[in-house]
Design a protein. Structure first.
Length: 642
């Protein structure tokens, strides 16, 4: 079925979405009453924002018009959607109102106790300046959701936006998005109810429908728009006031697209076939559907393609926890469309899960200069030799963070510096470093363990619950591919457990592979170790390896390119080698496509830390000394790559 919608050319944006922008708190306990839920995951939410997020993730140039409060939740929302590439220039900060929020549980696949916390919230106070005509005119399409017609004030603002769109050849889209509680039709704690008949809401929607070119909704939503419990009667009432293309979502049956006269039944319309998956919960699927449909529609693709994208996006989201973060990337969507018949459980498919994880936008790390002071035994030994207590080590590590911050500022290395730091002695240091945009690695291994053991016990996933998601999980493994079989299997089982844990927690993983000193090794040992782990389906975002020869780097580059093109890179470790020796190693890695930098420790801190603990140097002298060593390594790296 041909998409005959005319779109303006040469627009900076493909779609601008106007409406709800809120924080979703999804209960982590599936099957429990909301009263019994004890843990929640925080996600970006709000129908319009979800759709803008999904459009951006699918490659459209998307923008959002909304408001947030001057609070941490509002900043979280803006930062999150901006990372996806969505333009936030017209998301304003309301000085008087808080960011909206939603708290919800997942009792079963169709039941989601839901509370909207939107009393006088920021996104219902979008101002005239926010719907600037020139901004709307910079887009090919404008989407507004039904909630933003539900009060007299926001109805006026949304109609003003529509008038700007229609005056500037911008196609207009309504996602009916009917929430009775937001129209004041049920008690405030009943956000779950999806349909209550209302002559007032029907009359309101019929008044605005003539201003739209595309209308998207479920059967219940078209029934509220048309004022009947008979979907065909409702569609006829809608068609009487608008010539818009109507897209009726039918759940697992797919969707119907009606471009002209209303047919005798939905089955007689053009129908895009649905995708059958195991449903976790249906909430949020509609926003993903809209994003998928729009990703084809604004590009002029036919309705067969638009509905394929839409139905697949909806199917992926209903199988996952959350809405916005569950939305697919283009790479992931294409893979799912090619294999959907064999993926009834998208959340359990290893390839799809991996694509969802690695193809979403991430902070760029073209270079990483990491100062590694996660050593626990080495710092304990330094304190013992100096005759001071362990309590000095926390202060020491905080000073090392200060030194890194000074280097970053004075050398202009924003986005390039990093640290490796433990929480045994360095929790205060980690707290100070977190949130700066640094690359932060944090160890989980028990120092010196072989076979691998975890510092806080076998349940490593429990440990990660309390870690900020920006922290990279670092694990040093004394691993050799020719270890005795029982020993090697134990090592690999532990690595596998860690890998599964970070897949669930969302943290990136760095594996530091160092063959035991007493083992027999050759120039292929490291490459075979990595290949073995890849064969086991383990794909860390980062590797940390000893300095290699140019020939060895060439082999590592080829292996990573073949097995994991989404790998973030390799960092060179130091092993307490002199700066000059490490500089030679950097020079040998100059041609490597995967080597991104270094994570070096004792070379930098060993002597300065010993002097500070012994009282020979003060805080300023310590920082000068470690900075000199750290910056010498940075100079060596940059010199090798110049």
């Amino acid at each position: 079925m041909r998409n005959r919608t005319p779109f303006a050319a040469d627009r900076a944006l493909d779609v601008v979405c106007l409406g709800r922008f809120a924080v979703d708190f999804y209960a982590q306990q599936i099957g429990a009453r909301l009263e019994d839920c004890t843990g929640f995951s925080k996600y970006l939410g709000g129908s319009s924002a979800n759709t803008a997020f999904g459009c951006a993730r699918l490659g459209l140039r998307a923008g959002l018009i909304s408001r947030v409060g001057n609070d941490g939740n509002g900043r979280f929302l803006v930062e999150t959607i901006a990372r996806e590439g969505c333009d936030t220039s017209h998301v304003s900060v309301d000085p008087e109102r808080l960011t909206g929020a939603v708290v919800l549980g997942i009792k079963d696949k169709d039941t989601f106790p839901l509370i909207f916390m939107r009393e006088n919230c920021a996104d219902m106070a979008i101002a005239e300046d926010d719907v600037e005509a020139s901004y709307i005119a910079s887009s090919r399409a404008l989407l507004i959701t039904g909630t933003h017609f539900s009060t007299r004030y926001i109805d006026r603002i949304s109609n003003l936006a529509l008038d700007h769109a229609r005056a500037n050849d911008v196609r207009t889209v309504l996602d009916i998005d009917y929430r009775p509680v937001l129209w004041g039709l049920t008690n405030r704690g009943d956000g779950e109810t999806r349909f209550i008949a209302s002559d007032g809401v029907t009359a309101h929607l019929l008044r605005i429908l003539p201003k739209f070119d595309l209308v998207i909704g479920t059967i219940e939503e078209f029934n509220i728009a048309g004022g009947s419990l008979d979907i065909m009667a409702s569609l006829r009432a809608v068609r009487a006031v608008t010539a818009a293309t109507l897209v009726v979502k039918r759940g697992p049956l797919g969707c119907a697209v009606i471009d002209d006269a209303i047919p005798a039944s939905l089955d007689a319309a053009f129908n895009g076939k649905g995708v059958n998956v195991e449903v976790l919960n249906v909430l949020g699927a509609g926003d993903a559907f809209s994003a998928g449909f729009l990703s084809g529609w604004v590009r002029g693709e036919d309705y067969e393609r638009c509905t394929r994208y839409a139905n697949a996006c909806g199917a992926l989201v209903v199988s996952r926890h959350g809405c916005a973060p569950a939305m697919p990337t283009r790479v992931e969507l294409d893979y799912f469309l090619a294999h959907a018949a064999h993926i009834p459980h998208p959340d359990r498919d290893a390839t799809l899960t991996r694509l969802h994880r690695v193809t979403a936008p991430r902070a760029t790390r073209a270079e990483v200069f990491a100062f590694a002071f996660d050593h626990r035994n080495a710092f304990f030994d330094l304190a013992q030799r100096a005759g001071v207590g362990e309590e000095h080590l926390g202060r020491l590590k905080s000073l090392l963070v200060e030194a890194v911050a000074e280097t970053e500022a004075e050398r202009g290395l924003a986005g390039k510096v990093g640290i490796l730091c433990d929480d045994r002695y360095g929790q205060d240091a980690l707290n100070v470093a977190t949130g700066r945009g640094w690359w932060i690695g944090r160890p989980v291994e028990l120092p010196g363990s072989n076979p691998l053991a975890f510092d806080r016990g076998r349940s490593v996933g429990t440990t990660l619950i309390g870690w900020p998601t920006e922290h990279v999980v670092k694990c040093l493994v004394a691993y050799h591919p020719d270890d005795a079989i029982e020993h090697r299997l134990e090592q690999e089982a532990q690595i596998r457990a860690l890998y599964d844990a970070v897949q669930a927690s969302g943290h990136e993983l760095l594996l530091e592979i160092v063959p035991p000193r007493e083992s027999v090794r050759d120039e292929h040992t490291i490459q075979r170790a990595l290949k073995r782990l890849y064969n086991l389906g383990i794909y860390p975002e980062w590797w940390k390896l000893e300095p290699l020869t140019p020939a060895q780097w060439q082999v590592i580059d080829a292996l990573v390119a073949e097995r994991d093109p989404y790998c973030r890179g390799v960092l060179v470790l130091g092993l307490n080698a002199p700066v000059a020796t490490l500089a030679q190693g950097f020079a040998q890695a100059r041609a490597s496509r995967t080597c991104r930098g270094f994570a070096v420790g004792r070379t930098i801190f060993q002597e300065p830390a010993a002097a500070w603990l012994a009282g020979r140097d003060d805080d300023a002298a310590l920082k000068r000394a470690v900075r000199a060593n750290f910056e010498a390594l940075i100079d060596a790296w940059q010199g090798a790559r110049a």
